[in-house]
Design a protein around this ligand. Structure first.
Ligand code: CS2
Length: 481
């Protein structure tokens, strides 16, 4: 039980104008901090009603302290804490979906934003379309109960806004997905069409779905973090977040009912964010997943541990130079080699205990935009990508659920059981690779049909089994002699 007094709000909460789905650590380290600072700079009210689709944790942590919490910026030389007051309320959809719909349908709400991870879009990762077989989607379309999925809730809220003639809101995706605004638009229109084509036409003509690129490394908060904050700051804060100093938010400026002056907090408003998204997803998230699977299998607990291993640092540098950057257009205002050098410095930051296991989560939803898109572009151009094929093989080894010491791996993924079962049914590396390539929701149909890809992944899987992850990385680095 906490011994120090709990953090609490001093002064009035800002009037809510944003509803946000996904009140997790990243949102509290990123969106809410930018919004807090934008309100401080302008005096405008842009309070946030946070909405959880699953867990009560964020509500239980934030409600007793009036929605305020501490954002802690970690630096090698120490930390800097800031109390954030942008969140006015946290709703839990499974407990009270009507309250969630009322919040989104409130005419004062100008933006519904999301940091709900790749899973929240209920899409087929290979096609980007709404997965109508998704259980939540099927239940929401059956219509006997209030919606539970993000697409279902957003469409119902828009239906209510349309019926009340109180106008649309902007849907702002802030997840690590390529063209995330276009993806959000697609799944929401797919859902609306399946429910009411006329409503879909209204949404298509009135709602905007700008894309964004979001970036701030934010490890999961531990009890040790909470205790350390209590010792240092003298108050208890169950909702605190610890993150790096770096942050970057690039946003397409396409808002139908207004927005905060986030640029006053350092965000960049642009006409087209796609180049920034590709750069970040492939250069940062692609090497993050590389270090997650190969690093975990090699026994590295954190990203900093992994890149402290010279071979793993060289692996990132080689992947950037030879397999990733050739597929990444340089965004305006960026220098890609400088960007990658800065990424390595961020990875080396030992004050961030960013676990490889945490990043390894949900790989079936992450690999398509972090690794497979780069691979497709490489193969289409006639080049090879043995390093990225090794990452795919390492993911396959990882989801097999047994590490190199024969110990079980706690694999977290929406289809973890299906992946494990497919791997277990296969005996040889080639059969295991074939069994996992058969998941077209991850690999589509083109990559599995490409003998160059299938052969390279199979060879990499065999190398992993023979040499282990560390040996496979060394062999990759030595491949050109
Ligand atoms: C990480 C990301 O957990 C993961 O998958 O790769 O959360 C990463 O830390 C952020 O995208 C950094 O901006």
């Amino acid at each position: 039980m906490p011994t120090a007094p709990r953090l609490s709000r001093t002064g009035p909460a800002p009037a809510p104008r944003i509803a946000h789905i996904g009140p997790g650590a990243f949102f509290r380290a990123f969106n809410a901090v930018y919004t807090h600072e934008a309100m401080a700079a302008t005096g405008d009210d842009w309070g946030i009603v946070a909405i959880s689709l699953r867990s009560t944790a964020a509500r239980d942590q934030l409600a007793p302290q009036g929605g305020v919490y501490t954002s802690v910026t970690l630096r090698e030389e120490g930390w800097q804490s800031q109390v954030i007051g942008a969140i006015t309320e946290v709703l839990v959809a499974p407990e009270d979906p009507e309250a969630v719909l009322n919040a989104m349908a409130d005419p004062e709400i100008a933006i519904v934003s999301m940091t709900m991870t790749e899973k929240g879009y209920c899409h087929n990762p290979a096609t980007g379309r709404l997965d109508l077989a998704n259980l939540d989607i099927a239940r929401d379309l059956e219509g006997s109960a209030l919606p539970a999925s993000a697409p279902g809730l957003i469409v119902e809220a828009l239906a209510r806004r349309r019926a009340a003639e109180t106008g649309p809101f902007t849907v702002l995706s802030c997840d690590n997905l390529p063209s995330n605004g276009r993806l959000a638009r697609g799944v929401i229109l797919d859902f609306a069409r399946a429910r009411d084509p006329e409503l879909a036409r209204w949404i298509d003509g009135h709602v905007t779905f700008p894309s964004t690129m979001v970036d701030r490394i934010t490890p999961a908060t531990t009890q040790g973090d909470i205790d350390r904050l209590e010792e240092t700051e003298g108050y208890h804060d169950a909702a605190c977040v610890f993150h790096e100093a770096f942050r970057q938010w690039v946003i397409e400026d396409d808002f139908v009912a207004g927005r905060p002056d986030w640029d006053k907090a350092g965000a960049q408003f642009v006409r087209d964010v796609e180049a920034h998204e590709t750069m970040k997803l492939r250069c940062l998230n692609g090497t993050h997943s590389t270090l997650a699977y190969l690093g975990y299998l090699a026994g590295h607990e954190t990203i900093a541990d992994a890149v402290a291993d010279a071979d793993f640092a060289a692996l990132c540098d080689t992947l950037w130079a030879e397999e990733i950057l050739p597929t990444v257009p340089q965004p305006e205002g960026e220098d890609l080699p400088t960007y990658c050098r800065a990424l390595m410095a961020r990875y080396r930051d030992r004050s961030l205990r960013h676990r490889t296991w945490q990043i390894a989560m949900d790989g079936s939803r992450k690999l398509p935009q972090r690794i497979l898109g780069t691979l497709r572009d490489t193969l289409t151009s006639g080049r090879e990508a043995p390093g990225l094929c090794l990452v795919v093989a390492a993911w396959m080894r990882y989801v097999g659920g047994v590490d190199e010491a024969g110990q079980p791996i706690d694999v977290r993924d929406p289809i973890a059981d299906r992946l494990r079962a497919a791997s277990d049914r296969a005996a040889t590396p080639a059969d295991k690779v074939a069994a996992l390539l058969a998941f077209d929701e991850v690999f589509g149909t083109d990559l599995p049909a490409d003998p160059r890809f299938r052969g390279a992944v199979t060879s990499a899987y065999e190398t992993l089994m023979n040499l282990g992850a560390a040996g496979a990385v060394a062999a990759y680095l030595d491949r050109t002699g």
